[in-house]
Design a protein around this ligand. Structure first.
Ligand SMILES: *Cc1c(COP(=O)(O)O)cnc(C)c1O
Length: 359
């Protein structure tokens, strides 16, 4: 792979990221760092005293985003999802009604940590009615779920469902998103790598003739390869493969006798499946046993620690063998620890669901 980067190649890479959102009029800027840095850039660029944001929290990522906004002077109103559930649209509606000054709504589209997908289309529609711009963390969702093209600011990165590496992120910004950023920018602030308006000035406003900063060309080249592979597969086919993985894991877990953490199918995302740890079983022992049987079930993070295990099935892991091994290993591991499970039925149900999706 060539690691010589000129502005036109850099612009094409940005456009390839932007194309995944399918927004008509959005620009795409690249952030030369992991996705968390891009999220911090969005939050610090949007934060300003005298502004109010509705922050929908369904994992520690949402909490952190709200903390960044609040640190920058924004009044942050949180709406928190219940365990095992997506953000409640009715709660969003009443929070918006209660506070006419909300100018920004922030939400994580899909959560790898909990396995939840938030009802992004309804949330965006409510924000539109209210006149608030919408920011989404689509780091996990992109490539695994259809994105909402009307979102104003979308953060993307290659390392989850796109199957790439974490060294680069992209942010799409709509005209309304730029207007909100411009209104909130502090004219006295020094130049900052976290400033989206700074990126705009140094990249878009120059007519994309000068690469802003000194990116890691290895990371650019890796991301380019990732997006080429996604284009070869077709993003819709890739999304369908992820959805199939979800359906097969969920069918298998249901048949095993274990309990899905996200009870409602419509609230379960296609990136990771979470399973409730059976009462009386130490989560770490269950994870270790499943691991030794060949499947990487990992423990919950933050509030869900000890309560759930999760299987990532995004990127290269959205495949039948990985899904089948995951279901079988967890059912067997739980059985060995004294939980009544049926590994054979679990494997058969996962296989049947996969077959139903591809045949
Ligand atoms: C993985 C993930 C991130 C963090 O990405 P990093 O590149 O590891 O910083 C942020 N948000 C969501 C929803 C994620 O799944």
């Amino acid at each position: 792979m060539s690691t010589t980067w000129q502005p036109d190649r850099y612009a094409a890479l940005a456009d390839a990221f932007g194309g995944l959102v399918r927004a008509d009029r959005a620009d795409t800027v690249l952030v030369h760092a992991e996705a968390t840095v891009a999220l911090e850039a969005v939050a610090t660029s949007l934060a300003a005293p005298g502004t109010t944001a509705l922050n929908l929290v369904s994992s520690p990522y949402g909490t952190l985003f709200g903390d960044w906004l609040a640190h920058g002077g924004t009044t942050v109103i949180p709406v928190t999802a219940a365990d095992g559930r997506a953000i409640d649209v009715a709660e969003v509606r009443s929070a918006l009604r209660a506070e006419p000054g909300i100018g920004v709504l922030a939400v994580v589209h899909a959560e790898v940590i909990t396995g939840v997908v938030n009802p992004i289309d309804e949330i965006v529609a409510l924000a539109r009615e209210h006149g608030a711009i919408v920011v989404t963390d689509a780091v996990a969702a992109v490539g695994g779920l259809a994105l909402n093209p009307d979102v104003d600011i979308t953060v993307l990165s290659p390392q989850k469902a796109l199957g790439g590496l974490p060294g680069l992120a992209a942010v799409t910004v709509s005209p309304a998103g730029w207007a909100a950023l411009a209104k909130r920018a502090d004219p006295r602030a020094p130049e900052s790598v976290l400033s989206l308006t700074g990126l705009r000035r140094r990249w878009l406003d120059t007519g994309r003739v000068t690469i802003p900063g000194i990116p890691s060309t290895l990371d650019l080249s890796a991301a380019e390869e990732t997006l080429e592979a996604v284009a070869r597969e077709g993003v819709d086919a890739r999304i369908a493969r992820h959805v199939l993985a979800r359906d097969a894991v969920r069918a298998g877990i249901r048949a095993s006798g274990l309990r899905l953490w996200v009870a409602e199918d419509a609230q379960a995302n296609s990136l990771a499946t979470t399973v409730a740890v059976p009462p009386g079983i130490p989560a770490e022992r269950l994870a270790a046993r499943a691991g030794s049987l060949g499947a990487p079930w990992t423990e919950g993070i933050g509030r869900t620690h000890g309560k759930l295990l999760r299987l990532d099935h995004y990127g290269a892991r959205a495949r039948f063998d990985a899904v089948l091994a995951g279901v079988l290993a967890l059912a067997r591991a739980a059985g060995e620890l004294g939980v009544a499970t049926d590994p054979g039925a679990a494997a058969a149900a996962a296989a049947a669901a996969w077959a139903a999706g591809v045949l």
